[in-house]
Design a protein around this ligand. Structure first.
Ligand SMILES: [Mn+2]
Length: 239
């Protein structure tokens, strides 16, 4: 089975509850579509857990991108040191939850710091894969349809900060799977739930804003939700 989730944003307990409920088998695959880090306190813990697992693939979100730029430059031995200008440049990231990742990173030993930076650096930007006979395009976010129908012209920015048109079908033969935009912003009735429609699947349930962390099985369209302690499954007939 192939699973996808997104926007853990440091919610380590919800992530662990979900992972215990999923019980990934050797031939299962879990894609995490970015924004593992920032806001909540446990983003680095989630990365350390992912590093122990073989069948989890993490795509880059805008928060990983900023974290990598800042941490590699500032928080490593031989970096630029206490630079006020760097702090000023990354002030939007630090105040949008980056400070919790920065503090957790500083607490790591040098070996783990290097492992985390390597992890952040190698994160793919987007993936296309097949599950249950359907083709899925996975990325943290996507830009408007008019840009995405020319993937050869798309830039990194489109996949990290793009604003999808969820009312538009981008491709008849593939489903665009994204995080980044909390589903309550697409339809308030879907607060805390995965949103599906128009060949889109939107995964960001807003876990860090008090909602469950959502995960979808792309083979069966089963939805799995976790809070800090409990797991809830919404069956396949709910497609
Ligand atoms: Mn994001």
């Amino acid at each position: 089975m192939v699973y996808a989730m997104s926007d853990i944003h440091g919610c380590y307990e919800k992530y662990m509850t979900l992972m215990e409920g999923l019980e990934l088998k050797d031939d299962d695959m879990l894609y995490i579509l970015g924004d593992i880090v920032d806001r909540g306190d446990g983003g680095i813990q989630v990365i350390m857990d992912v590093l122990k697992r073989k069948n989890v693939c993490c795509l880059r979100g805008n928060h990983e991108h900023d974290a990598l730029m800042f941490l590699a430059e500032y928080a490593m031995p031989g970096g630029s040191g206490e630079s006020d200008s760097l702090f000023a440049e990354f002030e939007p990231w630090l105040t949008d939850g980056g400070i919790s990742t920065y503090n957790a990173f500083l607490a790591l030993d040098d070996r783990d710091k290097r492992r985390v930076l390597y992890f952040l650096r190698q994160m793919p930007i987007h993936k296309e894969m097949t599950a249950g006979g359907k083709v899925f395009h996975l990325s943290h976010t996507i830009a408007s349809k008019s840009r995405m129908i020319h993937p050869e012209k798309c830039k990194l920015h489109d996949y990290l900060w793009g604003e999808p048109d969820y009312e538009d079908v981008y491709f008849k033969d593939r489903i665009m799977v994204t995080g980044h935009t909390p589903t309550a912003f697409i339809d308030e009735a879907y607060r805390g739930r995965i949103w599906k429609g128009n060949n889109h699947i939107a995964l960001d349930c807003g876990a860090v804003f008090g909602n469950p962390l959502g995960c979808i099985c792309l083979d069966t369209m089963e939805e799995i939700y976790a809070d800090e302690k409990n797991i809830m499954r919404i069956g396949m007939k709910d497609r």
